[in-house]
Design a protein around this ligand. Structure first.
Ligand SMILES: [Zn+2]
Ligand SMILES: [Zn+2]
Length: 115
């Protein structure tokens, strides 16, 4: 399973996903675990910035990318992680060392829907 890092300060906006369970997971909020990944109720982490879905491994503190929804088996949209880096580098921005523009901290860089 492919592992990935998670962009910590990405902006999250509730949105609809392939099925009600995925929607509930992707929009999951919990007051007890403000850093959502710590929450034992969270099985799938959705990254709006990278349009990625990942299974949360609570033991290893890792997220493993998935291509299909574990509940309804829908094919999930393609990850935009590589494009994110390409577009930033086209703008001359090194995300590791420079501040990432606001639009690139949410889905607004790839989605025309109001985010
Ligand atoms: Zn689904
Ligand atoms: Zn929780």
């Amino acid at each position: 399973m492919r592992r990935c890092w998670v962009l910590k300060d990405e902006r999250r906006v509730p949105n609809l996903h392939c099925c009600p369970t995925m929607t509930a997971q992707a929009n999951h909020r919990c007051d007890e675990h403000p850093n959502g990944l710590d929450c034992p109720d969270l099985f799938v982490y959705y990254s709006p910035v990278f349009r990625e879905y990942g299974l949360v491994n609570h033991v290893e503190h890792e997220v493993g990318i998935i291509d299909f929804c574990p509940w309804c088996a829908a094919r999930l949209p393609e990850s935009l992680r590589d494009r994110w880096f390409e577009e930033l580098s086209a703008l001359g921005i090194d995300p590791w060392n420079a501040e990432v523009p606001e639009a690139f901290l949410s889905s607004s860089w790839w989605s025309s829907a109001p985010a």
